[in-house]
Design a protein around this ligand. Sequence first.
Ligand SMILES: [Zn+2]
Length: 394
Amino acid sequence: MTTDRLCDACGEERLVPFADLGDIPVLCGVHWEAHGDAVASPVGRMELAHCPRCAYVRNIAFEPDKLVYDTTMDTNLHFSPAFQRFSADLVQSLSERYDLNGKLVLDIGCGQGEFLKELTHVGGATGVGYDAMYAGETGTSGATTFHSALAPRGGGLPEYDFFTSRHWFEHLDDPYEFLVDLREQAKGREVFGYVEVPDAVYDLATAGWEVIYPHVSYFDAYSLASIFGRAGWTVESTGTLFSGMFRYIEVSANRPRAGGHVAHTGELPSMRARDKQLAAIAGFAERHHAERERWRGTIAQLNADGARPVLWGAGSRGVQFLTLADRELGLHGVVDLNPRKWGRFLPVTGHRVDPPSTLTTLQPKAVVITNPAYKEEIAKSLADLGVTAEILVA
Ligand SMILES: [Zn+2]
């Protein structure tokens, strides 16, 4: 069965459905003050389809009107020391390789602005950040200007030299049109860009806890290079970061052929990588549904053994895990490092989020995490709290 929708990435084939995840939370980054509001929060359908030519994946049931971004949403990853270290290294690398001194940098989907502030500070650049979820001071302060809004389309962007966009591109309903517009707004100037997305190779080869409603598109190396190339950008390099969970792509537009000051840091995608991704897509539905059932069983068994299992991490992956594997509220608690989530309730399932210090009293024997990149950090925190528990990676 094929849909009517042409592939957003390569534009050459129609998308083919391969997995229906049913209804999932729309606002997986929001935590509610009232339990009743949390359990009544909206759901939306997730029906994944892929392109047989370039392995692009999209939720064909996505309804953009269901998801309006505002300042009450919090998808901030910056409370984790592991993510902070990763971001600091990235700032250093981009500042040096792109010689950002005196340049104008856009950050499209800047979150709460931490990354852009650091990048302008270390690189000696000026920066303009856009994010409808940005809740800080707007306007210009020092080298940075922040807008609590989406980046303007069709004109209105300043004369940028470099743009960054981290974990936003996959949220767009029209990713191809966005890229064309961004290139056209450069008006022929030589510009460069750095874009980071979740790596679909990781997301679709595993249980799929990162398949969340706000993520409309799922890119591997091949489909990411396809969509940038079709939109008129030159792909400079691509690769994975952060234990293979993130994929970056570095691109340029209007670059003179002779120029060559950008050090290539990764390999361009191969057909073999695309074929591997198509194989992962083919097995996804069965794997996903099997993992849901396996975790339901595991949580029940841990309870039967008196292990008082908890979940560490109330981010979007955690919320998706709870929706798919713990609707029965078998877990004894959910903890998170972000103080803005404490005492609040998660969408649809209504689990309450507590500070990690509550584990000192509960003394769980099993701690479930959904993000292997944080395992070491969480193990250390548990040791500091005096909790001896097995860490289970979902
Ligand atoms: Zn395609």
